[in-house]
Design a binder for this molecule. Structure first.
Ligand SMILES: [Zn+2]
Length: 423
């Protein structure tokens, strides 16, 4: 099926950290899930004689609305069960993370709930969350396991992530194995690494369930030596390296990420200047996850403190259960003075550099040959894409060329979008 999107407002073709390439109105030809043509207004309709019904081209008049690329969430913990909302009050009453864990809360509580859940239940939870992500403009998700910790449950979480990838109008998914998310109850760090190396990594590889390995590298969780041992073994087996580093303390995670050639090292709230420089020199992306410090009452870090490439992601998890990239970006725009264009680059072209799609398609920009993942805003200007926290700025999202209209669930027709121009 061919679709021509026309009568647009701004069309952001590509946002980079230094520039937003934008057309003031464009027609987009989409077919087979791919962007096939981008022209000045009116050109494609006449070229394809698209008003002739026998051509069977769907014309979608978006009545002046802006169009931007689909957003890429390059760090999520998408699949887990349970609810830890009550821990907010405990934290506010002065309990530390460790105090809460000692009272049966924290990650082990999520692990218990997740191990108890059936695969069908987890799949339903994951699909519901993925559809929320689409409503906030996300068309590709990096999804980590990590709330099972034992081999059986970790494999289950990775299978659930795989079941979403490419399904209907849900985002595409990159699967990351995060067996080293925490030390299981009753284990030492050494026991855990041995179990991960001897049992879990071979099982993940044998079933082809992940393209990357992640480690929670932080003093008190996994130290430098343990993280390095697991990550080197993973890299030798062809898995990409992604890392959680220096969230609460500077534990030297940034330097390790640089020495291992990690694709991305995320959080980095406490990474020192030498570590930041080493990551930039080694081409390691810094993943800023502003929703988590916001929810934990910790200061955000100015994203310009990364010396090289950086991205913004949601870090969706039980302590930060938000899948809204416009919200995550707004935190840095409104609290750290980041420009909306820089923020857009961080969730599109820059994020595309750190994640891979199983279908191999290009993403993060609107260009001929790229996947037809894009967002239609409520207004004619792209600039408000991260200026309405608590509300999705998007009226519709196209996933692989199929429209999801967030107001009415309709697929394309010429009268889906009410006229916002007052004409
Ligand atoms: Zn995380």
């Amino acid at each position: 099926m061919q679709t021509i999107l026309h009568t647009t407002g701004d069309v952001v073709l590509r946002a980079t950290p230094t520039d937003v390439e934008c057309m003031k109105g464009a027609d987009l030809l989409l077919a087979d899930g791919i962007v096939q043509g981008i022209e000045e207004p009116g050109v494609l309709i006449s070229e394809w004689d698209a008003t002739d019904a026998s051509k069977n081209i769907t014309l979608v008049n978006v009545h002046g609305r802006a169009v931007i690329p689909g957003l890429i969430d390059a760090h999520t913990h998408l699949v887990w069960d349970g609810d830890r909302s009550d821990e907010v009050a405990l934290r506010n009453a002065g309990m530390s993370y460790q105090d809460i864990a000692n009272h049966g809360g924290g990650i082990q509580r999520t692990v218990h709930a997740t191990r108890s859940a059936s695969e069908e239940r987890l799949a339903a939870i994951a699909m519901q969350r993925a559809s929320v992500a689409v409503r906030h403009g996300t068309t590709h998700i990096e999804a980590k396991s990590g709330y099972g910790l034992d081999t059986e449950t970790e494999l289950k979480l990775l299978r659930v992530g795989a079941s979403i990838d490419g399904a209907g109008t849900l985002p595409s998914v990159q699967h990351t194995w995060l067996g080293a998310h925490a030390i299981p109850h009753g284990f030492t760090e050494r026991d855990t690494i041995d179990m991960l190396l001897d049992e879990q990594l071979p099982a993940v590889l044998a079933q082809g369930l992940a393209t990357a390995t992640d480690v929670f590298c932080e003093p008190g969780w996994f130290g430098i030596e343990a993280s390095e041992e697991l990550l080197r073994a993973s890299k030798n087996e062809g898995l990409e390296i992604r890392m959680h580093v220096d969230e609460f303390q500077d534990g030297g995670g940034a330097e390790l990420a640089a020495s291992l050639g990690a694709v991305t090292a995320d959080h980095a709230l406490k990474s020192n200047d030498e570590g930041m420089n080493a990551m930039a020199e080694a081409g390691v992306n810094v993943g800023w996850l502003p929703g988590t410090p916001h929810m934990m009452g910790i200061d955000l870090r100015d994203p310009s403190e990364a010396r090289g490439a950086w991205t913004i992601a949601s870090d969706f998890n039980p302590n930060c259960p938000s899948l809204s990239l416009p919200f995550a970006a707004s935190l840095l725009v409104h609290k750290c003075g980041l420009g909306p264009g820089e923020a857009l680059a961080a969730v599109t072209t820059s994020a595309a550099q750190t994640t891979t799609r199983s279908d191999g398609l290009r993403q993060g920009s609107i260009e001929v040959g790229a996947v037809a993942d894009l967002n239609i805003l409520r207004s004619g200007s792209w600039i408000g894409w991260c200026n309405s926290p608590g509300h999705s700025p998007f009226e519709a999202t196209m996933v692989r060329g199929t429209m999801v209209h967030h107001e009415n669930g309709l697929t394309p027709s010429s009268n889906v979008f009410p006229n916002i121009r007052g004409e």
